[in-house]
Each structure stands twice: as structure tokens, then as C-alpha cells.
Design a protein. Structure first.
Length: 133
């Protein structure tokens, strides 16, 4: 089931924890939460990087093609961000992400974050401090 994300959900995400209510409301209004079942593909290597995802429940596998073989390179879980490079650059996905367990995620469109960061210096400082730490 997909639906809008609440401000309370965003308060639990480290990347956005220091945003004020106005900025939280703006990014929250553009984000959606959804669920995956084991085996669902979140995105494929080479897909456009147009959004990032926050894992609020479950585990996802990060897989990369190497010499015609797919290799598991990481497992991400609750509280972690997937596809964060889409927030910083416009390049294709560098890996494939597949649900290992039932998972709940929040989808954050790059355009929404770009808009927030360009219009709120406080939000920009807060988010970039979290991304580089």
C-alpha cells in the first residue's frame, strides 16, 4: 500500500531530523511510503537516479553486475538511505536493489529535495551536514 508520508515519519529519519516544521512539511508533502515483498526490485543498475529511499523497516540487498555475474555488495536496513547519490548527481543507478525481507520505504523525489535545498538555507546546511558525516 502506498500513501503520503507523515511529518512524524520524517522526524525519525536522521537526514531530516534537524529540519523545522515548515521544511519538514514541504519535503513530506512530496514523499510517499510503500512496501516491498521479498524479491521485489526497487530499481535496476542503469535506471535513472530520480529519487532516494529511506528504509523504515526490513532489509534490501545491493547487487552489482561484474563480468556477467551479479554480486551482493551490501545489505541495507532500517534507518539507512538507498540511492542517496540521486540527491547529489544525475547519473544512472550504480547497482540493483532487491528486497531481502518484507520492507517499508519512504520515496523522496530528487526534484522535491532540490526545491527544498534551493529555497531554505537552513535545510541545505542540515541535510548536507548529515550527508557528509
Amino acid at each position: 500500500m502506498a500513501g503520503p508520508t507523515t511529518i512524524e515519519q520524517f522526524r525519525q529519519i536522521a537526514l531530516f531530523a534537524d529540519l523545522n516544521d515548515t521544511d519538514l512539511g514541504r519535503i513530506c508533502s512530496e514523499a510517499w511510503d510503500f512496501r516491498l515483498v521479498p524479491g521485489d526490485v526497487l530499481f535496476h543498475e542503469g535506471d535513472p537516479g530520480d529519487r532516494a529511499f529511506v528504509v523504515t523497516e526490513g532489509q534490501l540487498e545491493i547487487r552489482k553486475m561484474t563480468d556477467r555475474n551479479e554480486m551482493l555488495i551490501a545489505v541495507r536496513g532500517e534507518g539507512e538511505i538507498i540511492g542517496e547519490m540521486a540527491l547529489l548527481q544525475s547519473e544512472p543507478r550504480s547497482a540493483t536493489v532487491i528486497a531481502r525481507t518484507p520492507a517499508h520505504l519512504i520515496s523522496i523525489p530528487k526534484a522535491a529535495l532540490d526545491d527544498l535545498l534551493s529555497s531554505s538555507p537552513d535545510a541545505a546546511r542540515s541535510v548536507f551536514t548529515r550527508l557528509i558525516s
